[in-house]
Design a protein around this ligand. Structure first.
Ligand SMILES: [Zn+2]
Length: 262
């Protein structure tokens, strides 16, 4: 069972230098880690001077009675979920779907968080990256990491968790969505909301030549330059406008992208 010292040695094999890192991680994928999420985050902070992770808060989401067409929202059906929404609070924990590792990072005393009511990031030594996120530009932090020649680091997760692919989709002019969040100031519209990521593993062969990998316990750890992720995503969509969409016939967001291309 690896502990944080082992994890540091394994992460050092990736030779990430002093570039910023956007990490996506599943603790469960490691099998067992001595020290759990705390050990993983401690090791990441040792290796990455600048570290960010998404700490999204989906429970803030609400849906108005009507809104843009072809937005992958069933406005009538979504009304029933509005009563479960909670207003965004900067101290709100990361959604359970994000896993325990980002939440551990968020709770570190030196950690800061961006203020997007749904798609916030937490980070250490990452003020400039976090400040790049606005309500209109939720993927701004990823652009900032790309511009700084930073890394997307996948710990026990595949490219369906690689949010940098969403930045590539946006830059390739793929359809983005509007969602809404409850805040202390009332309901706010959140444009530029990305699509579905279930088909993203299809980009793996194109990214493989740019990927550094290492094994920690049962988890495969991969590092890819964010800039390459963006470039390869744009190339894939240029070649085939339907690239990286998922195969589920009932996927509302992928269907809306297809519909928008007709
Ligand atoms: Zn989909």
């Amino acid at each position: 069972m690896p502990d944080y010292n082992d994890l540091i040695l394994i992460l050092q094999e990736l030779d990430l230098g002093d570039k910023p890192v956007v990490a996506h991680a599943s603790l469960r994928a490691f099998g067992q880690v001595s020290g759990g999420a705390d050990a993983v985050v401690t090791a990441l902070l040792y290796v990455a001077r600048v570290l960010v992770m998404p700490v999204h808060t989906y429970k803030t989401m609400v849906t108005p009675a009507s809104g843009p067409a072809n937005n992958a929202v069933n406005y009538a059906r979504a009304q029933q979920w509005n009563r479960l929404a909670e207003p965004f609070d900067p101290n709100m924990p990361a959604d359970v779907m994000m896993g325990v590792i980002p939440e551990n990072l968020r709770q570190r005393p030196q950690s800061r968080r961006s203020t997007h009511p749904i798609l916030s990031f937490a980070g250490v030594n990452a003020d400039k990256i976090l400040a790049a996120q606005t309500l209109e530009n939720p993927l701004g932090p990823l652009m900032e990491v790309a511009n700084a020649d930073g890394w997307a680091l996948l710990l026990g997760v595949d490219h369906t968790a690689n949010t940098a692919i969403h930045l590539g989709e946006k830059l390739a002019k793929r359809k983005q969505f509007t969602r809404w969040a409850l805040t202390e100031a009332g309901t706010v519209a959140c444009p530029g909301f990305p699509g579905c990521s279930a088909g993203f593993e299809a980009l793996e062969p194109a990214l493989r030549p740019h990927t550094r990998s290492a094994q920690a316990g049962e988890a495969l750890i991969r590092a890819v330059p964010v800039r390459q992720v963006v470039v390869k995503t744009i190339e894939a969509i240029k070649q085939n406008p339907l690239a990286l969409l998922c195969e589920r016939t009932d996927c509302e967001r992928c269907s809306a992208v297809r519909e928008g291309l007709r």
